[in-house]
Design a protein around this ligand. Structure first.
Ligand SMILES: [Zn+2]
Length: 67
């Protein structure tokens, strides 16, 4: 399936709820994820990979609830 729009995913949780938090003019901007709080220059555009990350992330969350 081809989609002209490139989807962007958080590399930590696979969420699409990310936004570009550009910094000061001379600094690199960062991507920020609203869901897991990830901040960094790296995101992924591979939907399949994102789905896998998402699954792993949700599993981790469930485990962490045992605390
Ligand atoms: Zn995230």
């Amino acid at each position: 399936m081809k989609d002209k729009r490139v989807m962007k995913f958080c590399p930590r949780c696979g969420s699409t709820d990310i936004f570009w938090a550009s910094g000061l003019p001379h600094l690199w901007g960062l991507w920020e994820c609203r869901e897991c709080g990830y901040r960094g220059p790296f995101i992924i555009e591979d939907g399949k990979l994102a789905r896998k990350i998402r699954e792993d992330y949700l599993k981790k969350i469930q485990k962490n609830e045992d605390y």
